[in-house]
Design a binder for this molecule. Structure first.
Ligand SMILES: Cc1ncc(COP(=O)(O)O)c(C=O)c1O
Length: 399
């Protein structure tokens, strides 16, 4: 443990994160190393960010090349890598236009503003500004994203919140229908709830939500910040459910390790943003976009990574399901899609996370008792076996 770095972190950084006493210095593929050279298998992957693994050569080279050419220019001018990135995202999604920003929360803010502006333009005499979201959801830490989030613990102490959000239970279609008022303009959901504990939508839920939105002239915003960019085995999670949203938000996996966020929408919706409606100094900056282009091109190359995510995700889930059968008093359920996987425990998960770290494996715990696994999409069976063997050992020593 690098005590100096940890002491200095405590001295100079605001204390807003619960951190493990590990100073990470280097990463390659599935592995990271701490400041003493200890190796870890990384099943956190920057929380669903490092989809290609750490320091993928194609992303590193793209960054190096772009850094030598142009680091930043204003959106007052046309930016080639930004255009290339938008074209790629449009080609591979329902969307026709993109707006770029710097983080997930900022993408959510953009989506909220776009939905309100669209409704304002289309129903100027009605006050349609309300957005329905789900309990258990997580949409980010800025004030509007926080207000949209369906978890009290995250909002506590930051009141007054931004008005205009109603929450309903996830997977409860009747509650959603009943929550619609004359003021509603949109519904915003995560296709699979991430921070809320890897909660899956029931079979027809998202299709029914789409139908309700159509019937009531509401926009459907899907927050794909955690589920997007191949994490669930398809480039976007909405593809699993045979629906098309009106707006999606992206961030995390979009450039595999360097900050970026995006709002994607159909032309008819995107047209509500006109010069002066929305902006970001760094949004879509050349360096960010060059990395994102390299990330997406690599992700889609030969379809290998998406296939691997799908196949290995099933393998992972089977192994966790067997573990649950072996330790029914410790494990409630294994659930997830692709390589976005949660293991719900009967007790707090913190000690398991710590034991894994001692054995050179990084995992994390959400909602107090759900172990979350969001490894790079390059993870292989042998690495999953290593994790499962460690978990087996840890649960056995507990029972
Ligand atoms: C679904 C979802 N939306 C929004 C966010 C916020 O993203 P960021 O931390 O980049 O602001 C997250 C982050 O975990 C997320 O999972």
């Amino acid at each position: 443990m690098d005590k100096t770095a940890i002491d200095e972190s405590k001295k100079y950084l605001m204390n807003s994160y619960t951190r493990a006493p590990i100073v990470l210095r280097k990463g390659r593929g599935m592995k990271v190393w701490n400041s003493n050279g200890k190796e870890y298998l990384d099943f956190v992957g920057g929380i669903a960010v490092n989809c290609l693994g750490h320091c993928h050569p194609k992303v590193v080279i793209a960054l190096q090349k772009q850094a030598q050419r142009l680091l930043h220019v204003s959106n007052l001018y046309y930016i080639e890598p930004q255009i290339k990135l938008a074209k790629l995202l449009v080609k591979h999604s329902f969307a026709e236009k993109a707006f770029f920003c710097n983080s997930g929360a900022e993408a959510v803010e953009g989506a909220i503003k776009l939905a309100r502006k669209y409704s304002n333009n289309h129903s100027p005499h009605d006050s349609k500004y309300e957005i329905i979201t789900a309990y258990g959801s997580f949409h980010g830490r800025t004030l509007a994203a926080l207000s949209a989030t369906g978890q009290e613990k995250i909002k506590k102490g930051f009141e007054p919140l931004v008005p205009g959000f109603r929450h309903v239970p996830f997977n409860d279609i009747d509650a959603l229908e009943k929550a619609i008022t004359k003021n509603t303009c949109a519904v915003m959901l995560e296709p699979v709830q991430g921070e809320g504990g890897i909660k899956m939508p029931s079979k027809d839920y998202l299709r029914q939500v789409r139908a309700i939105c159509d019937k009531n002239n509401l926009l459907l915003i899907l927050d794909e910040i955690q589920t997007g960019m191949g994490r669930t085995g398809k480039l976007f999670a909405y593809e699993h459910f045979n629906i098309e949203p009106d707006i999606i938000t992206l961030a995390k996996g979009l450039r595999g390790g360097v900050a970026i966020g995006a709002v994607l929408a159909k032309d008819s919706v995107a047209a509500s943003f006109q010069p002066g409606s929305h902006a970001s100094t760094f949004g879509g900056n050349p360096l960010a976009c060059a990395a994102a282009v390299a990330t997406i091109e690599t992700l889609l190359e030969d379809g290998f990574l998406l296939d691997n995510c799908h196949r290995i995700g099933k393998y992972f889930m089977n192994r966790l399901e067997n573990l649950r059968k072996d330790f029914p008093s410790s494990i409630v359920e294994a659930r997830g899609l692709g390589l976005m996987i949660g293991l719900e425990l009967t007790k707090a998960g913190g000690p398991i996370v710590e034991s894994c770290a001692h054995r050179g494996i990084l995992i994390n715990c959400i909602s107090g008792n759900v172990l979350r696994f969001t490894p790079p999409l390059i993870v292989i069976e042998k690495e999953i076996d290593y994790l499962i063997d460690a978990l087996d050992d840890i649960f056995a020593s507990q029972s």
